[in-house]
Design a protein around this ligand. Structure first.
Ligand code: TRP
Length: 332
């Protein structure tokens, strides 16, 4: 079993990023061989600022390490240091079909009304993503629900390539998605219908990885709620977006079901619940933000960590890349 997953390097990491992907990655490293990378090559598919991309790549690496990703257990790197990702993408481009890519909903969402003005990288983004996992013969790929379609495409590409060029042997392993079961979608603290986001103008809408205990307490105390007490079971949260979000955050940190959380807090007002929630979030976040704040300015250490991971990744990817060139009849 081999786990491979990537994350786009964005700045300003918050609780939503942590509970959404990072925490799961950290858990898996004790159970399986894991390769995790910063998808910096994917980041250039949208208009971007080069200096910001560099900074975000380092920041994301620091955040992952602060959250408990152990570079002696997991292989952590950024795509740009492993040229085989881009190479394999091209080699797979002969196999991926226009019709398959035309069905990708992320391209439709991100290109919006301006399809003609979208970069071709945005269109072929899923082929790079396929290369990311096929290069390492990944068996399992943890992704959010929104990436499921891209993973199916990776399987389609792998299968067609194996059929067309495998000569009876499989060049690529078909990867299975691991979609964390109902990880609560973490929403804005100011609006329970909008995702918690680094680009929200109000800093009160999110809890950042860098926030100290006082800031977390203030933000949670001021979080929007409604006037009703908490229900005693999950069904009672229907139509109450803000309550759903806060209870979801509690349950996620307590690693219990929403029903279990509500068994304890049902009937209580938000005052008491918010205090308990703040205590729980602060307790879990404090060691992370301390490590993050200490590491984020230490470029030397971060760059060394990424270089070490990249060297390992280049080694692990080399045999598959070679087999792919050979299978295609490319003379080298
Ligand atoms: N597209 C993914 C996202 O936006 C990131 C990603 C890039 C990825 N390559 C990957 C995830 C390979 C899993 C496997 O979340």
């Amino acid at each position: 079993m081999r786990v491979v997953s990537g994350i786009q390097p964005t700045g300003n990491l918050h609780l939503g990023n942590y509970l959404g992907a990072i925490r799961n990655w950290v858990k898996m490293q004790d159970e399986m061989e894991c390769l995790y990378f910063l998808a910096d090559l994917h980041a250039i598919s949208m208009p971007h600022n080069p200096a910001e991309l560099t900074a975000n790549t380092r920041e994301m690496a620091a955040a992952l390490i602060a959250c408990g990703l152990d570079i002696n257990k997991s292989i952590l790197f950024n795509q740009a240091q492993v040229p085989a990702h881009a190479e394999l993408q091209w080699l797979l481009s002969g196999t991926a079909r226009m019709g398959w890519l035309n069905r990708m909903t992320q391209f439709k969402d991100k290109s919006g009304k301006n399809r003609e003005g979208a970069s071709i990288a945005l269109f072929t983004y899923p082929v790079l993503q396929a290369a990311d996992v096929l290069l390492y013969q990944a068996t399992h790929v943890p992704v959010g629900e929104d990436q499921k379609q891209h993973l199916e495409l990776a399987r389609d590409i792998a299968q067609k390539f194996n059929n067309d060029f495998g000569n009876g042997t499989d060049i690529f392993t078909l990867p299975d998605p691991i979609i964390p079961k109902a990880t609560a979608r973490i929403m804005s603290l100011r609006d329970g219908t909008a995702k918690m986001s680094k680009s929200d103008l109000s800093d009160m809408s999110r809890i950042n990885l860098v926030d100290d205990a006082d800031t977390i307490l203030t933000k949670l105390k001021k979080a929007k709620t409604d006037a009703e007490p908490l229900p005693s079971e999950a069904a009672g949260l229907e139509g109450r977006a803000e309550a759903t979000n806060l209870v979801g955050i509690y349950a996620a940190f307590a690693e219990e079901s929403v029903d279990a959380t509500l068994t304890r807090f049902g009937g209580q007002g938000f005052g008491a619940f918010k205090s308990a929630l703040a205590e729980l979030v602060i307790e879990n976040f404090r060691p992370i933000s301390e490590r993050f704040n200490a590491l984020k300015g230490d470029h030397e250490q971060i760059d060394a960590a990424l270089a070490k991971g990249a060297a390992k990744a280049r080694e692990l990817g080399a045999p598959t890349l070679k087999a792919t060139y050979n299978a295609l009849g490319l003379l080298r």
